[in-house]
Design a protein around this ligand. Sequence first.
Ligand SMILES: [Fe+2]
Ligand SMILES: [Fe+2]
Length: 145
Amino acid sequence: MKITEALQSEHFVFHNIFDYLEQTVPNLQNLVEIKCLANLLESIHESHSRVEDSLIIEPLTHCLDNIAQAENFEAEHKEIDESLAGVAEATTVEEARHLLLRTVHWCRKHFDREERIIFPLAEEWLKDKNLTDLGEAWQRQRKTS
Ligand SMILES: [Fe+2]
Ligand SMILES: [Fe+2]
């Protein structure tokens, strides 16, 4: 499997999770429940990002600098991290709800940019053999992480 296919599959699962959160969070009344969902999202997003950064972003760093996209990715990561940190510190249900939905909004933007820019760039710049080797590295990392 190519690394782009592997990561796109992970994205499909995230899109379902984002749909679920957008439907569910507005009706939640319990602060702890919202914080638990935020912790879950943070945990799975952190492991996805770690694998993605090491296997696809790093090999493409020079291309991203050339098309001036690196800063956008950094800025989106910052928005996601700050929103999640805000949920952890929120003292009211309204604040936690707002910040968790804000996190989902930035995640969607970020995932969309990866699908529109990063995955096609990888397909264009990395040879088929490299994409498959990286896909195997993804399998190994996913088994241990
Ligand atoms: Fe990312
Ligand atoms: Fe991703």
